[in-house]
Design a protein around this ligand. Structure first.
Ligand code: 1HN
Length: 347
């Protein structure tokens, strides 16, 4: 036997013996454990709404919202089958609620965001207050808040759910409970939290008791107006076009502690400069059409499509006509942990 074969056999034998004691040699996995740069085990992916929608509607005839509790088709990363993850830290799904249905009240330590994709007039209730939702609205149900949804309109409603399920699972910090009735009691008139917290003012003696935003609906009408104003005011950022982040007005931080949310406008014909960052990001197309180069993939997208860009993949967006993209990621968590990085390619 050659010297190296003898040595390899001795090592393998050693690994087997220490394996019996639940130990393993670091030197066999060190480079994988601490890669020189992010090496994601998930991939870029795209969900074409024209292909997705018929299945969503079909799910509406298979099960009621009440029986399902939440009637959702999970957007699962194709490289993470069976995980219910769109990235290793985030969950995403498309939820359908039909006229007359109620998705019953519950609460959990996982935080959720809703981004309204189609329809208007359904409500979400959060801790006793309802808000009627419209396309493009961004609504939060923060950790451990009671929430139920109801559709008193005449049309189906579809929204994107984003949750921090994988993060909470990693910490084994998940708790959940069901409400006593399907619809929680309304304790504040609609518009209360908007009036109190969403006008650049706060009630004089109010002190925040948690990191999450006291505003729970960020309506698209205002977001769109802000983007339009921004586009009139100056030149676009080479990497982002015109991009804003949603904010908790009481802290300056993200509305949800675990998920950052963003809205960006790409002018007609605009191409963003190649950009990468460590937060894998889920996109929802709000207006317009275009394409995105993500690593070695190219996706053509239009209104209501969804796509995901992995950590550290180079991203370039091109807008055919004026386009608006909503996105969310775990960026606030990475920033809290001093981990977040970006590469603007020198721009
Ligand atoms: C949930 O509570 C909602 O409240 C949506 O609408 C999706 C996915 C997993 C666990 C809880 C909702 C969810 C969820």
């Amino acid at each position: 036997m050659s010297q190296s074969a003898t040595r390899n056999n001795a090592r393998r034998d050693f690994y087997e013996r220490i394996g019996g004691l639940s130990m393993a040699p670091l030197w066999e996995s060190l480079h994988q454990l601490v890669p020189p740069q992010p090496a994601p085990k998930y991939q870029a992916a795209h969900w074409d709404y024209d292909k997705v929608r018929p299945y969503l509607m079909e799910s509406g005839s298979l099960i009621t919202a009440k029986e399902a509790v939440r009637r959702v088709l999970i957007l699962e990363n194709p490289a993470m089958q069976g995980s219910a993850c769109i990235t290793p830290s985030l969950y995403a799904g498309l939820q359908l609620i039909l006229p007359g249905e109620v998705a019953p009240s519950h609460r959990h330590t996982q935080s959720a965001l809703r981004f309204i994709v189609e329809g208007e007039g359904a409500y979400t209730a959060v801790d006793g207050e309802r808000t009627i939702m419209h396309e493009g609205d961004f609504v939060i149900t923060p950790t451990w808040t009671w929430h139920d949804h109801g559709n008193e309109s005449k049309q189906p409603m579809v929204w994107l759910d984003g949750l921090d399920i994988p993060l909470v699972a990693m910490f084994n910090a998940g708790f959940a409970e069901n409400g006593e009735s399907d619809e929680q009691a309304v304790t504040a008139p609609e518009g209360t939290s908007d009036a109190k917290y969403a006008s650049g003012l706060l009630p004089v003696d109010w002190k925040p008791s948690r990191q999450t935003s006291p505003i729970f609906n960020y309506p698209y009408a205002r977001t769109r107006e802000a983007l339009a104003g921004l586009a009139k005011a100056g030149a676009p950022d080479p990497c982002h076009g015109y991009k804003l982040r949603y904010v908790n007005p009481a802290s300056g931080g993200a509305p949800i502690a675990t998920m950052g949310t963003f809205m960006q406008l790409l002018p007609k014909g605009f191409t963003t400069a190649p950009y990468r960052c460590t937060d894998g990001t889920v996109f929802s197309v709000v207006e317009g059409s275009g394409e995105s180069v993500i690593g070695d993939k190219i996706f053509r997208w239009k209104k209501r499509d969804h796509f995901v860009a992995p950590s550290w993949a180079k991203v370039e967006h091109r807008a055919d006509d004026e386009a608006v993209l909503f996105s969310f990621s775990d960026r606030p968590v990475q920033e809290k942990l001093d981990l977040w990085r970006e590469d603007r390619g020198g721009r």
